[in-house]
Design a protein around this ligand. Sequence first.
Ligand SMILES: Nc1ncnc2c1ncn2[C@@H]1O[C@H](COP(=O)(O)OP(=O)(O)OP(=O)(O)O)[C@@H](O)[C@H]1O
Length: 314
Amino acid sequence: MTRSDAPSAGVALRGLHKSFRTPAGVVRAVRGLDLAVAPGETVALLGPNGAGKSTTIDMLLGLTRPDAGEVGLFGRPPAQAIAEGAVGAMLQTGGLIAFLSVRELLTMTGSFYTDPLPVDEVLQITGTLDVADRRTTKLSGGQTQRVRAAMALVSNPDLLVLDEPTVAMDVEGRHTFWEAVRAFARGGKTVLFATHYLEEADRYADRVVLMAQGRVVADGPANEIKAMVGGRTLRATLPGADLGALAALPGVTATDSRGDAVVLTCADSDAAVRALLGQYPQAKDIEISSAGLEAAFLALTGDPTDPATEEITA
Ligand SMILES: Nc1ncnc2c1ncn2[C@@H]1O[C@H](COP(=O)(O)OP(=O)(O)OP(=O)(O)O)[C@@H](O)[C@H]1O
């Protein structure tokens, strides 16, 4: 096994389609997906439940065969790249071999590869040193997740693929985990991770690929995507308001009126509500709605739903 011939193509997904037959009919999980990830990039696949993230990752890893399209990992088919140790993955499910200590498991796994990371380094960066001599069956849920991350890293892969990796972790565990991923990425490695959490995508990815209904609906720097789907709507009763003046308020990106009410689309709803009440103390019935990812994605695909609403007292 050698990786010396690895070309610098990174991840290339071209025209991927995948449908599943179910008793209820055909589910079109992925519908024409193109995605390129350059070597050294950290990219988040962000989307609501059922968007097609896991199916995309399964096709990327060669675990599911696409109905159409192609997958290239560093210029090679997935099976070859994986056999060469170029890919480490942490999927949503998957256990650890029982009756081994964490250290034994990592040592054994590393021995399958030509250029593994030192086990102590992996234990260190994944925060698993304190459980290194513990049997894998005696770990908590969060510790198990960290050991699974260590398993993905020990081969010293060029590409790390993570499918919603922090689901079972507490806040501290998440922090340690992402620090480990960052340390890994800083070495010039490529990381692709799926998440439901806008905040995780914003904080840890260079680039965010938004998926909804099996398609990419937006692709760009994390801060741009955050502005696109992280916004809120402020609605207030304010008869005869000048929409032009409201549009100039801090934090407001668009305005509309509905009878006596104004609807302000906000990048920063805190700044907007402060300014609104400062300039228009007569504004009442103020409501701030957070569309949430689900609704934001549906809106992007032209199928909006009602936002969840939280009411504030003016
Ligand atoms: N093996 C399968 N058989 C039938 N339907 C499937 C199968 N795998 C996925 N699906 C369906 O395909 C669609 C996409 O699922 P997928 O798991 O890829 O989405 P996801 O974005 O990863 O969602 P989640 O965030 O909930 O994991 C969903 O409607 C799902 O129910």
